[in-house]
Design a protein around this ligand. Structure first.
Ligand SMILES: [Zn+2]
Length: 93
């Protein structure tokens, strides 16, 4: 691959192919972030680490009285997701 096509991870500084990096929104889109908030390229590893940290920061910012309803909603949604039959599973059986 042409070296000019490699993209540098903002965190580790290593060069990656386009398919091995994420265009990370500084404020994640799932909580209303927009392009104007800033975006950086991160390798998958550092994108996953930062996303985990962001989730932790969100949880730490939520008032104690709101944590329980959020936990219940996540439990319900996760169980629904895990119990839903996927296209792949249907093909396998
Ligand atoms: Zn990296």
């Amino acid at each position: 691959m042409n070296k000019l096509n490699l993209i540098k991870c903002k965190k580790c500084g290593l060069d990656f192919n386009e398919s091995d990096v994420e265009f990370h929104h500084i404020v994640p889109k799932c909580i209303g972030g927009v392009d104007l908030d800033g975006r950086v390229y991160l390798c998958h590893k550092h994108h996953n680490i930062l996303y985990s940290l962001i989730l932790r920061w969100i949880v730490d910012s939520v008032p104690e009285n709101l944590i329980k309803p959020i936990k219940n909603k996540i439990k319900e949604k996760t169980e629904g997701y895990l119990n839903a039959t996927t296209t792949t599973a249907k093909r396998r059986f």
